[in-house]
Design a protein around this ligand. Structure first.
Ligand code: URA
Length: 304
């Protein structure tokens, strides 16, 4: 049964998503339930039974066949219909750069940019944003001619419809973002937008006090200097150490090459953050849908 059929009698109520296990992203992303939402806040999903426009007119042209703004906001997980009406009435909702105060304004969530308190929301029902904790030994692709495990094994069929944001090495673990929002995925991966990625690395050798300074000021690699944005030693474990490094470089094997060039080869690498999104307690191999706030944070991180 699709998630759209599992809600209210109208079959339109998004439901709260919990952390999904391998393969469940596919199930969870069918239909409308791609957003985290308090199901109990969105109780009445009657069709266009809304009261007609009550606020002052604005110059936004209603999109013929469009969907009422408060309905779009509620479906995106902003809150109950009533809460969304309040937001509109308070002048906190923008459509294509214009504040809209009419409850009945009809918009096209596929084409128009909708913001609440200046933050863009993923308004189109078709948009899917997933975080995956990629285990070591899984390829960052959806198929492999050599039969190695791929992300498709964890995501199911939905994976084929998603772009992955950058790559992790076969033996690297951690946060991978996947989405069908091509422009956002492109910007998150492109070094020009400078989105920082944070890694925990287990390295060998006794880490000197000035390793951070070396890495931040830049380290010579065969394809040019690479520098970290931040670096700290988390733990010293005899002849090994656990370090955290943040950088916005996109070059292949960049963390391993930087640390190896500094004399501390990496024995284990885990990505913990991509911009504002944290791996948190997501189990290896598990997926979860990003919340509306997290997607808004991603848009903000790349100026969308
Ligand atoms: N840097 C690496 O060396 N490997 C990765 O997988 C990601 C960043």
């Amino acid at each position: 049964m699709s998630a759209a059929g599992s809600g209210s009698g109208s079959g339109r109520r998004p439901r709260r998503l919990t952390q999904t296990g391998p393969g469940r992203a596919q199930q969870a992303s069918r239909g409308r339930d791609v957003r985290a939402v308090d199901a109990d806040l969105v109780d009445d999903w009657g069709d266009d039974d809304w009261e007609e426009d009550s606020g002052p007119r604005d110059s936004l042209t209603d999109v013929p066949g469009g969907i009422r703004l408060q309905k779009v906001l509620a479906a995106a997980g902003i809150g109950s219909r009533r809460h969304c009406e309040e937001l509109i009435g308070e002048g906190r909702v923008e459509v294509d750069g214009e504040i809209v105060r009419r409850f009945g304004a009809r918009v096209d969530p596929q084409q128009q940019v909708i913001r609440v308190d200046g933050r863009r929301i993923p308004a189109s029902e078709d948009l899917i944003y997933v975080a995956l904790n990629k285990p070591a030994g899984v390829l960052t692709s959806m198929s492999d001619s050599r039969g190695r495990p791929t992300m498709a094994d964890l995501l199911g069929d939905v994976g084929e419809r998603l772009y992955h944001v950058g790559r992790l090495d076969f033996d690297t673990e951690g946060l991978m973002l996947l989405m069908n929002d091509g422009e956002l995925a492109h910007r998150l991966a492109h070094p020009r937008f400078g989105v920082p990625k944070t890694y925990l690395a287990e390295v060998t050798g006794t880490v000197p006090r000035d390793l951070g300074r070396q890495l931040v000021s830049g380290i010579e690699l065969e394809d040019g200097v690479a520098s970290a944005d931040k670096f700290r030693v988390m733990e010293r474990l005899g002849n090994r150490a656990l370090v955290e490094i943040t950088l916005h470089e996109g070059r292949k094997h960049i963390v391993k090459r930087m640390l190896a060039a500094a004399g501390h080869p990496v024995t284990r690498l885990v990505r913990t953050h991509v911009g504002p999104i944290s791996l948190g307690s997501l189990r290896p191999g598990a997926t979860r849908h990003l919340s509306v706030k997290e997607v808004g944070d991603l848009y903000a991180a790349v100026g969308m």
